[in-house]
Design a protein around this ligand. Structure first.
Ligand SMILES: NC(=O)c1ccc[n+]([C@@H]2O[C@H](COP(=O)([O-])OP(=O)(O)OC[C@H]3O[C@@H](n4cnc5c(N)ncnc54)[C@H](O)[C@@H]3O)[C@@H](O)[C@H]2O)c1
Length: 361
């Protein structure tokens, strides 16, 4: 793949050299627009990796900001550490790529947004599917009006997580804050906000009966979009099946890929399955008694800047972050937008607990 350089590479520090931090480090090392400028972690394994890569290491973000003076920082720390790390980056006036969820609460996210805006520090929130060519093509199709007025949306997120995912140092995933709503479904909520617009109401039921953990393993959700469309979401991390973004999008080789879809969006003129990108329609003036046709849309081979499109959303996100860190682009998803996705996701727990319709501000 040809990637043309546009000026000096962005010098980027990664805070949190864990699971997703490693994915970011890999993308920085592959990206001509980026240079790894340091690693921050409380664990010594981060020091060993930094030494092997010949970059500075620190256990403290402030010290790293002071010494390395990077253009950007990726915050890939546990959720509880997002707010403090984000404020440290604002204080140092360093652009950040903040992993999802943007913070633990929407209130924290708004406080971070205000501080970042006052200091003129850009924040890109790491909902990396915003950089997926599949989602971008779906968004183009919706924007083209081919589906007509969007009325109904269905999203499936069925995952079969192995026992080890919840054991030992991973046992936090059994507790509130670690369930599949905040870990997995938040991505689908962000996809649907991106594709179908803002969410006005949330209704939900959750169950923990399959695994018996304090946190849910299964959820059913009804979303009311501001434009009047209604969405239904079915989530379970104790469900064997091929219908999830992870198993259908082919974005991460850790998951076996199926040729199914996981999102279905319908409007008054047609329906789209994602990621198969099958567009179904009855033709002009057609209806349920006239023949229905299907066509498949192919993926774009160039990105918005005319460069060869990368199918890896994390690589695309890193390239965008390099532009953000060097002041060449505004974040496509900022703190306030990330806060809205978080608010809609957290509303699922509130709706399930109270049995009430939660109305979002
Ligand atoms: N975008 C995605 O698809 C995606 C995928 C996985 C995780 N995430 C998000 O990324 C974040 C990290 O998740 P993970 O699964 O990589 O976690 P992890 O536990 O694998 O990694 C976290 C790392 O941070 C280090 N750490 C913890 N507290 C620290 C502190 N105070 N200062 C410095 N280092 C500290 C740990 O030693 C560890 O190396 C979470 O917010 C998670 O929601 C996003």
């Amino acid at each position: 793949m040809t990637k043309e350089r546009s000026g000096a590479p962005a010098r980027i520090v990664v805070a949190g050299a864990g699971l997703i931090g490693q994915a970011h480090i890999e993308r920085i090392l592959r990206e001509p627009e980026a240079r790894l400028a340091g690693i921050v972690d409380i664990d010594e394994k981060g020091a060993a990796q930094a030494s092997a890569l010949g970059v500075p290491f620190s256990k403290d973000i402030d010290a790293m900001m002071e010494n390395a003076r990077p253009d950007g920082i990726v915050i890939a720390l546990p959720n509880q550490a997002h707010f403090a790390a984000g404020m440290a980056a604002v204080h140092a006036r360093v652009a950040m790529l903040m992993e999802k969820p943007v913070c633990e609460t929407a209130e924290q996210a708004l406080e971070l947004a205000e501080a970042a805006e006052r200091a003129g520090v850009p924040v890109l929130v790491g909902h990396h599917r915003r950089h997926s060519p599949i989602i971008q093509r779906a968004k183009e199709m919706l924007a083209s009006g081919r589906l007509g007025r969007i009325t109904a949306v269905n999203a499936l997120c069925w995952l079969l997580k192995p026992p080890a995912y919840f054991e030992g140092r991973n046992s936090w995933r059994r507790e509130p804050g670690g369930g599949p709503v905040i870990i997995n479904l938040i991505h689908a909520i962000d996809d649907l906000r991106n594709l179908c617009g803002d969410i006005a109401t949330v209704q939900a039921m959750t169950s923990n009966q399959a695994r018996g953990f304090p946190v849910e393993d299964t959820a059913g959700v009804i979303l009311g979009f501001r434009n009047g469309a209604i969405g239904t979401l079915a989530l379970s991390d104790a469900a064997a099946g091929p219908w999830s973004w992870e198993l259908t999008a082919g974005e991460n080789r850790a998951y076996p890929r199926t040729t199914e879809s996981c999102y279905y969006i319908a409007g008054s003129a047609g329906a789209l399955s994602i990621p198969r990108m099958e567009f179904w329609h009855h033709g002009a003036h057609g209806h349920w008694w006239t023949p229905i046709h299907t066509e498949r849309s192919s993926m774009p081979d160039q990105d918005a800047n005319g460069r060869e499109a990368d199918q890896d959303p994390l690589a695309n996100q890193m390239r965008h972050f390099c532009d953000v860190a060097r002041g060449k682009a505004q974040p496509i998803l900022d703190t306030r937008d990330g806060a809205q996705t978080l608010q809609a996701t957290l509303a699922i727990h509130e709706a399930a607990r109270t049995g009430e319709v939660v109305r979002l501000g």
